[in-house]
Design a protein around this ligand. Structure first.
Ligand code: AMP
Length: 618
């Protein structure tokens, strides 16, 4: 049931026309909105800060706590406290291998699509669910302060986010009960906050320099007739204010010959040093000198010393700027404006170095922590129809996609994408020797196709027989400005091709669309649970087949006891697939994998030995 908001004091039905802008950040997240031309960046309940730490802690009752209180648990309960979830969005484990050791919590990858999950106690969460918790906290923050219900949002993402990461962000919004009207690039939002799009008669080129706590990126954009385009982006996802703090810690350890052997009040000396180092860095943005005492040891640093420490790090960011310019095929003279984003751009040497590099004074008047959220709120206000001078581009009202294994909807063109648009994805077969592939096209926001609207289907025939997983089938959606959708399927090894054309908007009313949307939000949690269950079941099928293949190929050397154990564990997977919960299925898969993993290694050794035997070594 849809909730009808009523203002108890005035006895009026509340307007739900407010659309919020959300900066979903790696370290901190913010929410803002525009009320009658005034931009409001919403602060926490005690009014002290607009920054919500992007941290989620799961207490003993498994209930999530988000923000400041969760941050306090980072040291005492790291295995149940999740931070930097944005770095995991739409990622596979191999993408994050190099920095996985930095996490205090457990990341696993047993997802059929290879996406990561986080294990907390005996529960599994994916980054979408965790990001949804952050979005929910922001939504509730606005709702409690405005005494209104918020259902619509614009969310920002880095310009370098790929389709999967953008889709994951949309899904997180939906799960938090938000209709995500648009995903906006962070540098675009920052430029909007400075009103760089308002004069549509002049084309501009902008560099957005974003140096936060843990990440750095620079993007080069153009604005032509009010339309933004990102030309290039460069950066380092592991460079930011935290590295400046670390440089100060190292400087002190070296200068005062400090040994890290002391632990006080649960915090190690290193942790205390880091806290003081950040304080020193912030102080040195306004003063020439900082001093303090830790455990009787006096510590000090002056601005010159600090600047010498961070100079090489700033140089790295300017190196990225050079590369971004090169990729955009531009020179410094082509840049009309520079916009500063992120807390670390408050450092005078950073501002100065960027200004000298571009030979221009950067825009830095708006709070660099808030500038992206403010831009998102401005975009939201445009979408709410409160800005009449700004052109709105045509967008698709509902997502378009195809049915995949287990009746799941795989979105190829997300709703609210600007049209015309072309998007594609590669698929493969699931059965050995499969000759035909049915492609069913759907429209809608639900995770199971049975709840969406079927637009049409066709069969790609005459796929040359190959083992499952080998054919490469590319499916392309082309949606033109009139809403006509062309769906093409092509097997890339044999070049066979098939196509249909569909009127995507034909026979669907505005009310039907609104209904489909509301239902998708109301059922987001159920849908997500069902999707996770279907994915676990698909994976169970896959692993049962794989272990059967393994037995067939290796029965010559497997002992009867081992064979019996594999069969027993496989049987458990089969049983849990029939009637188990998602977590039960996963646990049975984990158990089978844990047992067969070392055997697979042995099998590999066997086949190497076989390959070597009989061959003469000269
Ligand atoms: P952000 O990720 O954009 O929220 O930026 C957070 C980073 O900005 C952290 O490393 C902070 O220590 C740093 N920061 C915040 N204020 C200042 C300041 N006044 N001077 C230097 N660094 C700051």
């Amino acid at each position: 049931m849809a909730k009808i908001p009523i203002n108890i004091k005035e006895g009026k039905v509340k307007s739900d026309s407010i659309i919020v802008g959300i900066d979903l950040g790696t370290t901190n997240s913010l929410v803002a909105y525009i009320n009658d031309k005034e931009t409001i960046v919403v602060k926490d309940e005690d009014g002290s800060s607009a920054l919500l730490p992007s941290i989620i802690h799961f207490g003993p009752d498994d209930r999530p706590i988000v923000g400041k209180l969760a941050k306090e648990k980072l040291i005492t309960s790291p295995e149940r406290t999740i931070y930097s979830v944005k770095r995991l969005m739409g990622k596979a484990l191999e993408d994050i291998q190099s920095f996985q050791t930095n996490y205090g919590y457990t990341i696993i990858d047993d997802d059929p699509e290879g996406l990561v999950k986080i294990k907390v106690g005996d529960r599994y969460f994916n980054p979408v669910q965790l990001s949804a918790e952050i979005l929910k906290a922001l939504k509730e923050r606005v709702e409690s302060q405005l005494d209104a219900i918020v259902t619509k949002a614009v969310i920002t993402v880095p310009a370098y986010f790929n389709d999967a990461q953008r889709q994951a962000t949309r899904d997180a919004g939906k799960l938090a009960g938000l209709d995500v009207l648009r995903i906006v690039n962070e540098p675009t939002a920052a430029s909007l906050a400075y009103g760089l799009d308002t004069d549509t008669t002049v084309n501009k080129t902008i560099a957005v320099y974003d140096l936060g706590g843990g990440t750095f990126d620079i993007s080069i954009l153009t604005i032509e007739g009010g339309i933004f385009e990102v030309l290039s982006t460069h950066g380092n996802t592991f460079l930011g204010g935290d590295d400046f703090d670390q440089a100060i810690v190292d400087f002190w350890i070296d200068k005062y010959k400090i040994k890290d052997s002391i632990t006080l009040n649960g915090k190690s000396l290193k942790q205390k040093l880091r806290i003081e180092a950040e304080q020193a860095k912030i102080t040195l943005s306004n003063k020439g000198f900082f001093d303090t005492k830790i455990n009787g040891q006096a510590l000090s640093i002056d601005k010159k010393e600090f600047e010498t420490l961070i100079q090489p790090l700033i140089a790295q960011t300017l190196h990225s700027a050079t590369r971004a310019l090169k990729d955009a095929q531009l020179t410094i003279e082509d840049i009309d404006h520079i916009v500063m984003v992120g807390g670390s751009t408050r450092i005078p040497l950073v501002k100065q170095s960027v200004g000298t590099f571009f030979n221009k004074i950067p825009y830095d008047e708006i709070n660099p922590d808030e500038v992206v959220a403010i831009g998102a709120a401005i975009q939201a206000n445009i979408l709410a129809g409160n800005e009449t001078n700004i052109l709105l581009l045509d967008v698709t009202p509902l997502s378009l996609g195809i049915e995949t294994v287990g009746g799941l909807m795989d979105v190829i063109i997300p709703r609210n994408s600007k049209i015309p648009i072309r998007a594609g994805r590669k698929y493969t077969t699931s059965v050995d020797g499969q000759k035909n592939l049915k492609i069913s096209v759907y429209q809608g926001e639900r995770d199971l196709v049975e709840h969406n609207r079927k637009l049409g289907e066709f069969v790609l025939n005459n796929i040359p027989p190959m083992p499952a997983g080998l054919p490469k089938i590319e499916i392309h959606f082309i949606l033109n400005a009139d809403g006509i959708l062309q769906v093409k399927a092509k097997e890339l090894r044999s070049n066979i091709e098939q196509m249909i054309e569909i009127k995507s908007q034909y026979g669907i009313s505005e009310e039907d669309m609104a209904k489909m949307l509301i239902e998708s939000i109301q059922h987001a949690q159920d849908d997500m649970d069902t999707k996770a269950l279907v994915e676990a079941q698909n994976e169970a099928d896959y692993i049962v087949l794989a272990s059967q293949k393994f037995i067939d190929q290796n029965k010559s050397w497997l002992t009867p006891d081992v064979l019996k154990e594999i069969k027993k564990l496989t049987q458990k997977v089969k049983i849990s697939k029939m009637s188990g919960t998602k977590d039960q299925i996963r646990a049975s898969i984990d158990a089978l994998n844990a047992y067969t993993g070392p055997l697979a290694h042995q099998a590999m050794d066997q086949s190497i030995q076989q390959a070597l035997s009989g061959k003469k070594i000269e």
